[in-house]
Design a protein around this ligand. Structure first.
Ligand SMILES: [Fe+2]
Length: 367
């Protein structure tokens, strides 16, 4: 990308096309200390109060800077590199981390080890990159006292509190309001598809495990939906289009949202899966359309539940798993309560936590 000048106009040239940069766009970015707070990088003026008739009186360009004199008397020296970075539409920190598709053959994924100063370490940076690649990460040796999971969550970002509380205890208990709180097997599902927005990341911390069953299971929803797109494009299409209602009812709250089982970004790339077939209700549609929808849902359920995609492993006490609830499905095998205790603690955080931390650590370590 190159900046070029023709008379008092500024152009960017990306090699294939040359376009004028609006003078107002440059005016909004003036960076003298009376216009921009150096610490927060927030504006000290409100650009919506400026006249729309901003133009350039004089402009000068050297290798590093574009110096502009605007018609309202304001002068500013703008860094060419900063301007250029704004023409890249990608969020280079997060979106440049390519997702690794995985299935049951996934092996040798790196586990991380909790240690002193963990949250500000290069190890934490690597952990977050691995999380974005695989959609989950396991951290060993996390203290188990005093609901430490909350401190862990708040040291990366902030706990996302829900009506289940700041954190929740996952163990079998009488009169449960969710099947999670029994010893039954849980088929692969995403959590809380009825919330708006759906919690982004689930943390589960193993406090106690003296049972032979109760293995944790994970499935990569990204791999499954990409395979569905290739092998059954009609099923894929209808699952991205039909919006279904997810609802959770408790004594004091009714949570409800309406979304497709596979949600795409504007550019049709993968955004999110939702899957919790005890809670989803499709609207009344034409019979033929529903026919296709039910076949598609059955197929994706078969895929989510098949051995081909599922990994199984045992969480040991002090292990903490952090998983992307928009990408991965999780579940567990059943266990016998008479064998002993299985006690996990869980909580949620959102992507602003992991993204914010990762951008910070990249800045800190110059990565
Ligand atoms: Fe769950």
């Amino acid at each position: 990308m190159k900046i070029e000048l023709i008379e008092n106009k500024v152009y960017f040239n990306n090699g294939s096309e040359k376009k004028e940069i609006h003078p107002f766009w440059l005016r909004e970015r003036v960076n003298g200390e009376e216009y921009l707070d150096k610490g927060t990088q927030q504006r000290l003026f409100d650009p919506t109060f400026l006249s729309n008739d901003v133009s350039i009186n004089k402009v000068n360009l050297d290798e590093k800077y574009l110096e502009v004199n605007f018609n309202d008397g304001v002068n500013s020296k703008l860094e060419i590199d900063k301007i250029a970075s704004e023409f890249s539409k990608e969020d280079i920190v997060i979106r440049s981390i390519e997702k690794n598709k995985w299935d049951s053959t996934l092996k040798n994924i790196k586990n991380f080890e909790y240690q002193e100063n963990f949250y500000e370490s290069k190890e934490m940076h690597d952990l977050l990159v691995s999380f974005y690649k695989y959609g989950f990460v396991i951290v060993k040796n996390i203290p188990t006292s005093k609901n430490y999971i909350v401190e862990f969550a708040n040291s990366i970002g902030s706990v996302r509190r829900t009506n289940f509380g700041e954190y929740f205890d996952v163990k079998s208990k009488p009169d449960p309001n969710d099947l999670a709180y029994t010893s039954l097997a849980l088929a692969p599902h995403t959590d809380n598809p009825y919330r708006n927005p759906v919690p982004c990341i689930q943390l589960l911390h193993c406090i106690e495990s003296n049972v032979s069953g109760g293995l944790s299971t994970l499935v990569d929803g990204y791999t499954v939906t990409e395979d569905l797109k290739n092998d059954y494009p009609e099923f894929y299409k209808i699952l991205t289009e039909v919006k279904v209602r997810f609802r959770f009812i408790d004594k004091e709250v009714i949570l409800e949202t309406i979304s497709p089982l596979i949600e795409l970004n504007e550019d049709k790339s993968f955004k999110q899966v939702r899957f919790s077939p005890r809670l989803d209700y499709v609207p009344i549609l034409e019979k033929e359309k529903l026919d296709l929808y039910y076949k598609a849902r059955k197929k994706i359920s078969e895929m989510y539940n098949s051995d081909k995609y599922r990994i199984e492993f045992k969480l040991e006490p002090k292990d903490l798993i952090m998983m992307d609830n928009h990408r991965l499905l999780h579940g567990r095998t059943s266990y016998e309560t008479k064998e002993g205790e299985r006690f996990l603690q869980g909580c949620y955080i959102d992507f602003d936590s992991t993204e914010g931390k990762l951008r910070h650590l990249k800045r800190k370590f110059n990565l």
